[in-house]
Design a protein around this ligand. Structure first.
Ligand SMILES: [Fe+2]
Length: 344
């Protein structure tokens, strides 16, 4: 609010003599006055010249009266301080005006000193309200900034974990990024947006983070795993959740993906043997994305399968292993298999 605006007062009264008496009182306070003879005219003045910090309005006026004018001001210019001018017989109306949003009222005939004092008080009150609002806004933006920094440091922590895993297992790097791409596109088909989509994105990037705890001999074994090795590698799902829990306790969907991306619809998966809809949807999505990428990528112990063959596998196991609606969404999201980010 500039100084010019802070030095204006609008006087609304149908009696020109009252207006000029008020104007003298207000001008003695160093405020410039604008006058209007009724509510409608006053609203025109405000629409033309913009909001003023303070306004004195009579209650009884022909046409739009003071109460109707006050309601309009409260709705359209909530920062204006309105003082009602009232006859002795109208005290109850004046009190009603305070309830509507007037800051004060003056009883006619008002003495110059009284007008000056009420104006001062009204301006002071208004300044406090504005200051408070400013403080509130600063506080909110500060909180948002802290929240952003918090999220950033969380992401930095998560990135650090990803780098640690990638240093140990180069395959995981490209794999996580591709799974993220597949999973996000599939989730969008299923209606994911906003925070749930953001959590799915992070969760798919991190789904194998627990492999930090997998022995390298098992991770890099150029052949099928024996039973003990398979049990060992299965630990990565629950371990990943445990590693991320302190960072991501506010992001349960991320944790659910990491823990449950190896569950199967028929309950034969791990670590919890969840079945059907008891498997979090996000984890069902990542399971499909994960399987597709694993099938279409060259590994030391087997060559990659082509896209068409991988799709065939997804279809064949839709039902017992994969959620059928997720497989459908995956295929809808990736209608043109030649542009799948297989080598991303
Ligand atoms: Fe995994």
């Amino acid at each position: 609010m500039g100084r010019a605006a802070a030095a204006r007062c609008l006087l609304v009264d149908d009696d020109a003599q009252v207006r000029s008496a008020l104007a003298r009182a207000v001008e003695s306070q160093g405020l410039a006055c604008t006058q209007a003879a009724g509510g409608a005219e006053a609203l025109d003045v405000l629409a033309r010249d913009g909001e003023v910090p303070v306004c004195i309005s009579d209650i009884q006026m022909p046409g739009m009266d003071g109460v109707a004018f006050l309601r309009e001001v409260v709705a359209r210019f909530p920062d204006m301080a309105v003082i009602m001018l009232t006859g002795v017989a109208e005290i109850s109306t004046a009190i009603e005006c305070l309830r509507i949003g007037a800051v004060d009222y003056l009883t006619k005939p008002a003495m110059i000193e009284e007008v000056a004092a009420r104006i001062d008080k009204a301006l002071e009150k208004r300044a406090l309200v504005l200051e408070n609002r400013q403080y509130q806004a600063n506080l909110e933006s500060r909180v948002r900034e802290l929240d952003r920094l918090n999220r950033q440091s969380l992401i930095n922590g998560v990135e650090m974990l990803v780098f640690a895993l990638e240093a140990k297992d180069a395959y995981t790097s490209g794999h996580s990024l591709r799974v993220k791409e597949f999973a996000v596109k599939t989730a969008v088909q299923l209606g994911f947006t906003g925070e749930p989509l953001a959590q799915l994105e992070l969760g798919s990037r991190l789904h194998d983070i627990g492999k930090i705890g997998t022995r390298e001999a098992v991770l890099h074994k150029p052949g099928p795993l024996d039973a003990e090795e398979f049990e060992h590698i299965k630990l990565h799902a629950a371990l990943g959740e445990r590693i991320l829990q302190p960072f991501l306790s506010e992001s349960p969907r991320v944790l659910a993906i990491v823990r449950s991306h190896h569950e199967r619809m028929d309950g034969s998966g791990f670590p919890d043997g969840l079945a059907g809809e008891r498997i979090p949807l996000e984890a069902r999505i990542v399971a499909v994305a994960d399987a597709y990428d694993a099938m279409t990528t060259n590994r030391a112990y087997r060559p990659s399968r082509g896209a068409a063959e991988a799709v065939e596998e997804l279809r064949r196991f839709a039902g017992p292993q994969f959620d059928e609606s997720v497989v459908d969404a995956f295929l809808r999201a990736h209608a043109d298999l030649t542009v799948l980010p297989v080598h991303a």
